[in-house]
Design a protein. Structure first.
Length: 272
């Protein structure tokens, strides 16, 4: 059964118009327009230096764009006077580095934000943290310290910590790039479950199989702009841009009988 694809125009939760950013003479973003629907999973791909991570961090204003407009969950992030700390509560971020508090337990790491920022009572923050640890499969690590966990486990704790703030949108900036293949699978499985639950996700990643199975859209960046945007299967099989074709061909494993399924239960296509 196919799942209805969110309509970015009708259900728009993230809107960017003409987003530009330069670092000195290096223009990293040259005018990015993108609409993302509530419940949509969008994977951003492109060569190193194409602007993907910069764009992601402009969304929650960890990087200030030089021009353009960004709206998230009805809040104009680029408007003068916007309360950014309050607005960022609605945007979760999971980065390459786990950035867990080393002196706190796993439980303490997840409870910290709800207690100090959302002002939840300790009992409520604990209840939320325990539920999230069960959700990411780490309830048995509740009293562990970060240095007692594998990289994949630390990243799953980082995901739970971000979810504890109950964000409207989750941003993932190459969340598996620091992990070996076995640990990468743990994290991607967790992300796939979150996508199945309808969480809005914007993911910078070169995990082509994750994109093919989970994403609604694959957005290709090159030289600071979006050059192609569409269903992952279509971009993999019939890209309109030669730059997309060359980039994806380097990522894909061209093995006999490789299956690349279209996301959300559509017909799979077998390459030979």
């Amino acid at each position: 059964m196919n799942v209805k694809h969110p309509d970015p125009i009708l259900d728009c939760i993230v809107l960017t118009e003409g987003v530009r950013k330069a670092f000195g003479s290096n223009e990293v973003l040259t005018g990015v327009d993108l609409q993302i629907a509530r419940g949509e999973v969008v994977v951003l791909m492109g060569p190193s230096g194409s602007g993907k991570s910069t764009f992601l961090r402009c969304i929650n204003r960890l990087i200030d764009p030089d021009a353009g407009r960004i709206v998230v969950a009805g809040i104009e992030m680029t408007a003068r006077g916007t309360n950014l700390p309050q607005a960022r509560r609605r945007i979760g971020l999971v980065a390459q580095n786990f950035n867990l508090y080393p002196h706190m337990t796993v439980l303490g790491n997840i409870m910290e934000g709800p207690r100090t920022v959302l002002k939840l009572p300790v009992a409520d923050a604990r209840e939320r943290a325990v539920a999230l640890l069960k959700r990411v499969g780490l309830i048995d690590k509740i009293d562990a310290r970060p240095n007692q966990l594998s990289g994949g486990q630390q990243q799953r704790v980082a995901i739970a910590r971000a979810l504890a703030m109950e964000p409207d949108v989750m941003l993932f900036d190459e969340p598996t790039s620091a992990l070996d293949p076995e640990l990468t699978g743990e994290v991607l499985d967790t992300m796939q479950e979150l996508a199945a639950d309808g969480l809005t996700m914007i993911v910078v990643s070169h995990e082509i199989h994750f994109a093919s199975r989970v994403a609604h859209r694959l957005v290709m960046f090159d030289q600071g702009r979006v050059i192609e945007d569409g269903p992952p299967l279509r971009l993999m099989q019939d890209p309109r841009e030669e730059r997309t074709r060359r980039f994806l061909s380097r990522l894909m494993t061209w093995e006999t009988d490789l299956e690349i399924p279209e996301p959300r239960g559509s017909t799979t296509v077998r390459r030979s």
